[in-house]
Design a protein around this ligand. Structure first.
Ligand code: UDP
Length: 415
């Protein structure tokens, strides 16, 4: 994999922005940082770490990325916790808490006790906080990528006993933050415009991908890219498409794959396939997690992008489509609401019918679609590109390293 250097972003964000980032990194000095999460591929967290870690290294941070190990049962437990934290009704047993503790202990050896900062992503590796030494120099940061605003109280009550031992917690949006006795920061995530997933593509590259999947390049494409997860509501997308098809000749692509830490994917995919059987013009693509160029091409080929999530952390896939100048019809949930300014950078929808209505509107008015796509790209350029994210991380690390008079801190880092 080609390593991208910070200076390569200058044509997109300006040389001043790059200089500012380097100046902030110089203030931080030489520090080491270990990111810890639960999967190296699949889903937004792995995606963002694969971009952020090399850039942190490029600005002089001794950064590395470690993935915890766990049994299939452990990932079933953490997926149940994930669903419960998103407010779904899930059966939780004491054995689940016991397994969570056990796997945390088994992974303690992965912690770099010498690091200046340890950043734990999401709930799965929270147990590693047991390695924190009382009065030690390492600053522990919990980076939460999910919406906790309607979290199940039993699961959150259990997990918060871990979170409270961190030095700081970081959330995507202010409404996701919780009452906690530690510093809290708000930091929206970002996409990498130079990655294989988002770089400019030649029309011939787009064409080749469509051909490979047997997709008609002439028929307008409605696309949703997501892991096959019920919270992404692929069945709702099929329903909306069925309504759209009554009046518009178009095709639907549901492109997705699974993440190593999500055991439900295969079952959801089978359900979606069954539901789609009777619908014409539906392409269901089960893609390997390395299909970055394919997703890039599909997003560029789409006339309208849909993200009909029932719950969403941030929805990086929305950011990706917006960056490609696409109008997105997204559910008014989670970080999608932060990205789509209704009627300006996309449309927010609340129901299957509403989603279908907006898709039809965009298919019938290509000039509106183009204008919205342009606004969407500019909004991403100024708010959600990786350089902004890196800058915000540097500010955050500086704040954690030099606490203000030792009092509890609360800060929002955004563009
Ligand atoms: N993604 C992917 N392959 C897939 C499905 C999704 O590479 O089959 C990527 C997608 O392009 C995006 C990320 O996974 O970069 C999904 O992030 P998002 O925040 O939208 O959702 P999450 O999966 O983290 O809930």
């Amino acid at each position: 994999m080609k390593t991208i250097r910070l200076d390569e972003y200058a044509p997109l964000v300006g040389a001043e922005e790059i200089a500012e980032i380097r100046a902030l990194a110089a203030c931080l000095g030489s520090v080491s940082l270990q990111h810890i999460n639960s999967t190296s591929q699949g889903g937004g967290v792995a995606e963002i770490l694969s971009w952020l870690v090399p850039l942190m290294q490029d600005v002089g941070i001794d950064a590395r990325w470690t993935v915890i190990e766990g049994s299939a049962e452990f990932f079933e437990v953490t997926k149940a916790f994930h669903n419960a934290l998103h407010g779904m009704s899930v059966e939780i047993t004491p054995e689940m808490f016991a397994l969570f503790r056990e796997v945390g202990e088994q992974n303690l050896r992965k912690v770099d006790g010498q690091a200046d900062f340890i950043v734990v992503h999401d709930p799965q590796p929270l147990g590693l906080i047991a390695a924190k030494r009382q009065g030690g120099a390492t600053k522990w940061i919990w980076r939460c990528h999910i919406d906790l605003s309607e979290a199940d109280l039993r699961v959150w009550g259990f997990l918060r006993t871990y979170v409270e031992r961190f030095d700081a917690a970081v959330f995507h949006l202010p409404e996701y933050a919780k009452e906690l006795p530690i510093d809290q920061f708000i930091l929206p995530p970002a996409i990498d415009p130079l990655s294989e997933k988002n770089r400019e593509l030649d029309p011939s590259e787009v064409q080749a991908v469509l051909e490979r999947f047997g997709i008609d390049p002439e028929k307008p494409i409605v696309l949703q890219v997501s892991r096959f997860d019920r919270l992404k509501d692929p069945v709702g997308v099929l329903e909306a498409f069925r309504l759209v098809r009554r009046s518009h000749e178009c095709q639907l692509i549901l492109a997705g794959g699974s993440a190593a830490d999500d055991p439900e994917g295969a079952q959801v995919l089978a359900e979606v396939r069954e539901r789609a059987e009777k619908l014409p013009d539906v392409h269901i693509l089960d893609l390997p997690p390395t299909s970055h160029r394919e997703i890039n091409a599909l997003q560029r080929a789409a006339a309208v992008v849909v993200q009909k999530s029932i719950r969403e952390g941030f929805g990086l896939v929305v950011t990706e489509a917006m960056w490609k100048g696409k109008p997105v019809v997204g559910s008014a949930v989670g970080g999608i609401r932060r990205q789509i300014i209704h009627g300006v950078t996309g449309f927010l929808a609340h129901t299957v019918e509403g989603t279908a209505f907006r898709i039809r509107q965009l298919l019938s008015h290509p000039e509106l679609a183009a204008q919205m796509g342009w606004a969407a790209r500019e909004y991403v350029r100024t708010n959600f590109l990786l350089t902004q994210y890196l800058k915000n991380w540097l500010l955050l690390l500086l704040t954690v390293k030099h606490p203000w008079r030792g009092s509890k801190q609360w800060a929002v880092f955004a563009a």
